[in-house]
Design a protein around this ligand. Structure first.
Ligand code: E4P
Length: 217
């Protein structure tokens, strides 16, 4: 499973990309607004695209098809590895059809049902993003949506990748991998939680104490 960082924070992206574990990045208007520091959307996206070799999702903000297509053409010209995020609405689905024919890479976002994912897969989206955490927040089984989507795409040989999003807890990352998600996009602090484990730290401390008892430094 690939791991994407779900952020527009360039310091976090650089720090974790240096470990060699970042396969791509997803942004959304909330992350961009949080980390813009007065810079333009284009400048932020281009900086991330230069730092990370894999796909970087940047979201269109128009809500009508014509506006989405116009924005998507513009965003896709910013970098070779940019992917345009579109909401999975009727207007977004119409835009997806047109953009798939133009060969523009797309990430259908805000997916909350397997039927929405099926439609995006049929129209050749590059990614679909089921939002696990927001479903759990509302009392639904978020991971079941990932399992269903993976099964449907395998049944019909769709090339669209399942990009699990909106994680709340580290164990959901493991569950997404077991479910067969192609990608999990996670917050920088969640990637930190994957790396660090208090049992590892405690074990290392006790081993080093034993070593020092032998007179080693
Ligand atoms: C995915 O692309 C989204 O940016 C993200 O995962 C949303 O997560 P949230 O539900 O924590 O806002």
């Amino acid at each position: 499973m690939k791991l994407f960082l779900d952020t527009a924070n360039i310091s976090d992206i650089k720090r974790l990309n240096g470990l060699g574990i970042v396969d791509g990045v997803t942004t959304n208007p909330s992350w961009v607004s949080r980390d813009s520091k007065g810079r333009s959307f284009k400048a932020i996206v281009q900086e991330i695209c230069e730092e990370v070799k894999g796909h970087v999702s940047a979201e269109a903000t128009a809500i009508d098809t014509e506006g989405m297509v116009k924005e998507a053409r513009e965003i896709s010209s910013w970098a070779q590895n940019v992917v345009v995020k579109l909401p999975t609405t009727e207007a977004g689905i119409r835009a997806l059809k047109l953009l798939s024919h133009e060969g523009i890479k797309t990430n259908m976002t805000l997916v909350f049902s397997a039927n929405q994912a099926l439609l995006a897969g049929k129209l050749g989206a590059t990614y679909v993003s089921p939002f696990i955490g927001r479903l759990y927040d509302a009392g639904y089984d978020g991971m079941q949506l990932v399992r269903d989507t993976v099964r449907i795409f395998r049944n019909y040989g769709f090339e669209t990748k399942v990009l699990a999003a909106s994680f709340r807890e580290p164990r959901e990352i493991t569950a997404a991998a077991i479910a067969g998600a192609d990608v999990a996009t996670i917050r920088p602090e969640q990637m930190d939680q994957m790396i660090r484990n208090p049992f590892t730290d405690a074990g290392l401390k006790s081993f080093l104490e034993s070593w020092e008892k032998m007179g080693n430094k």
